[in-house]
Ligand binder design. Structure first.
Ligand SMILES: [Zn+2]
Length: 133
């Protein structure tokens, strides 16, 4: 069970810039790093094309997602989480997010109009603490 997500100011800024650049659509990407005990340490936030490009949901472009997974694997890292943006709503999982989270057991970082929050599915949506490093 992951209870903490450690992420650099630089990566937070990348995600924030993606939120602005893709407004009013949702942006998404993967968080590459390592799992250390109950913490996910993000070493790189990598934007991935939202192949759905809607205001209410997202889908990581499968080819880019696969390439990111490969890149992480090659350097001995893993995809510790995914992020997406809610440009016009708060950083709270939507019904669609909740249903999708249940089948994607990693940390979900949501950058909303009111800031960033992280979650993980563990018999329901659990909050994950974000620590900046
Ligand atoms: Zn969402």
């Amino acid at each position: 069970m992951i209870s903490e997500l450690k992420i650099s100011r630089h990566d937070i800024e990348i995600i924030q810039a993606e939120l602005e650049a893709n407004k009013p659509y949702e942006a998404c990407g993967v968080l590459i790093g390592i799992i250390d005990g109950n913490a996910a340490l993000v070493e790189k936030a990598l934007p991935v094309t939202n192949s759905k490009r809607t205001r209410r949901s997202f889908e990581l472009d499968p080819k880019e997602h696969y390439d990111a997974w490969n890149e992480a694997e090659r350097s001995g890292k893993e995809i510790v989480g995914i992020y997406h943006t809610h440009p016009v709503s708060s950083a709270v999982p939507s019904l669609w997010d909740r249903e999708t989270m249940e089948n994607a057991p990693s940390v979900w970082l949501i950058a909303g109009a009111d800031g960033m929050r992280a979650y993980m599915w563990e018999n329901g949506v659990k909050a994950v603490k974000i620590t900046e490093y």
